[in-house]
Unconditional design. Structure first.
Length: 554
């Protein structure tokens, strides 16, 4: 059974089923007061209009009977003409039950196709009322278009045209359901950062290939002031970009936040960031709150991304975000591929983004009236500087000490007196851009010494970033090579010759050839010998086949 039908069957009963027995005491008192007025008016001579005019006159002159005055006082005021007429008609049809406050009049006709129409209307394809009524008639029901429309429009919101079954549960929750209104006035600037990644809605020219691509913006926003304290632009959401953005935020503002409110992406929930011993959060003793997946309203930085795209992204012709012109975008990308148009560069986008950040920080704060975001940050920041004066962001991993040295990322490191820790497990902090040194710590975080690179081979790049990029390029080449082999195998599979079938076809021909007698047209005394050419079928099959080669551009 469809969930919409189940919800419809659980709806509370309303309408004419409401009776005096199941009505509340307050509803009964109102019905009795209405009945006093209705009975009085219906028993007067001259008809209802004349009786009502006389009642109004006596009530204004304070000459109405005491029972009528008490009834009007209970009701709060003397009802109007239309209300009195409706009460009289309801009393004639259903008696005193018709005067109950929640009485809805005549019950709706219960058609046999109600449940089936709900099931059809809330199907994934979102059919119209006409399509539902047509299908009902094909199935043997008698349903008209206006009847289906009137029935569904009269249902509660969760079963109507904008139900979660037609527009999706997530969109329905974000658009129609109530949500918490949260305030950040109890949080000081510098205490809590909100971080997230966002694929920008602009196609840029790739710095290396020049082809269109969409970069990934990793940003951290101070929750209290709404200022962007650190950001990084990369190819995709990665730990390297996350570390770069955080390190820039801590170093530039000389502040270590107490809490992070982060997304559930791979750039934030990995061993390098989240490990209890060597992770970045443990290194700086930062509490982390991970947002509920799919709940974008809980992240303040999502509104920043939306505002940023309206101010930055829409300035470029390759914009592909909300409300964009898809035909114009496709035309621009096509002309760029043909060399007729130049795509915006990364530097051009960064220049626009920096100008936007300057305006954004100097705009009014959404909660603190009369002050800008930058003023809120400068005046109230609760700054906690990092312990190291010359701050460098160093990710960490555990290493095992053997023979006075250890191996990290295919690199050997050693230091004086390191042999004293043979057999122990230490923490090595390393620089992503400089592999010439590492810092060693005990498991409790106590600093021990600096270990230097012992040996280096030319096969390993000097930078771990370059090594990661080279690994990604190698993996891409392997995937393309595998795909090329699959294409060639599929092409060759259509050219395979069945040897047994060919042999069977050739047998009758060979038999006829053996029965024929050679005839010489020219009778020479000395006839040159005619060479006999024998064709080996197996040798023919071993010959290489002509295949269509496929080329791939990296």
């Amino acid at each position: 059974m469809h969930p919409a039908v189940q919800r419809f069957n659980r709806l509370p009963s309303t309408g004419s089923e409401l009776s005096w027995q199941n009505a509340s005491e307050t509803a009964r008192k109102k019905a009795q007061s209405r009945a006093v007025l209705v009975r009085h008016l219906l028993t007067q001579e001259g008809g209802l209009p004349k009786a009502f005019e006389l009642l109004v006159t006596n009530y204004r002159a304070n000459l109405a009977p005491s029972t009528l005055m008490v009834a009007i006082e209970v009701l709060g005021k003397l009802p109007g003409r239309a209300t009195i007429y409706n009460w009289c008609n309801a009393y004639k049809d259903n008696g005193i039950n018709g005067l109950l406050p929640n009485h809805k009049g005549k019950a709706q006709t219960q058609y046999s196709w109600l449940a089936r129409s709900l099931e059809l209307y809330h199907s994934p394809n979102s059919p119209s009322f006409a399509q539902v009524s047509d299908q009902l008639n094909k199935e043997g029901y008698k349903a008209q278009h206006h009847q289906v429309r009137r029935f569904i429009n009269a249902l509660p919101h969760e079963l109507g045209p904008q139900s979660p079954y037609r527009m999706g549960a997530k969109l329905y929750r974000e658009k129609h359901k109530d949500h918490l209104l949260r305030s950040t006035d109890n949080i000081k600037p510098g205490v809590m950062y909100n971080g997230d990644g966002h694929t920008i809605d602009v196609y840029l020219a790739h710095p290396k290939t020049g082809k269109p691509y969409r970069a990934e913006l990793t940003a951290f926003q101070d929750v209290a002031s709404r200022c962007i304290v650190g950001w990084e632009l990369g190819y995709a959401e990665s730990t390297i970009d996350t570390l770069a953005a955080i390190s820039r935020a801590i170093k530039v503002h000389n502040n270590v936040p107490a809490m992070f409110y982060l997304d559930n992406g791979s750039g934030y929930k990995n061993k390098l960031m989240n490990d209890d011993t060597t992770g970045f959060y443990a290194q700086f003793e930062i509490d982390v709150i991970f947002a509920i997946p799919g709940n974008a309203r809980a992240k303040w930085i999502e509104r920043f991304f939306l505002h940023m795209e309206d101010r930055v992204g829409k300035k470029f012709s390759t914009y592909c975000g909300r409300h964009h012109n898809d035909r114009h975008k496709q035309l621009v990308l096509k002309e760029a591929k043909q060399g007729k148009r130049k795509l915006p560069s990364v530097d051009e986008w960064i220049a626009e983004f920096k100008a936007f950040l300057n305006d954004y920080h100097n705009s009014e704060h959404p909660e603190v009236k009369g002050k800008t975001r930058q003023q809120v940050w400068d005046e109230n920041v609760d700054r906690v500087p990092p312990v190291e004066g010359d701050f460098v962001m160093l990710p960490r991993e555990t290493v095992n000490i053997r023979r006075g040295r250890f191996r990290l990322h295919q690199r050997d490191y050693s230091a004086d007196f390191l042999h004293q820790f043979n057999g122990q497990e230490l923490i090595a902090a390393y620089d992503m851009h400089d592999d010439s040194y590492t810092k060693l710590y005990k498991l409790n975080g106590e600093f021990l010494m600096v270990a230097n690179l012992k040996s280096k081979t030319h096969a390993i790049p000097s930078s771990r970033v370059e090594q990661a990029q080279q690994k990604r390029l190698t993996g891409r080449e392997k995937r393309l090579q595998v795909h090329l082999q699959e294409v060639r195998a599929q092409e060759a599979s259509t050219r395979i010759i069945d040897i047994d079938a060919v042999t069977e076809l050739a047998a009758p021909v060979n038999a006829i050839t053996e029965q024929l007698t050679p005839v010489n047209i020219f009778d020479f005394d000395v006839a040159p010998a005619v060479p006999q050419h024998e064709i080996d079928l197996n040798e023919l099959l071993d010959q290489p086949l002509l295949r269509k080669e496929h080329s791939y551009e990296l």
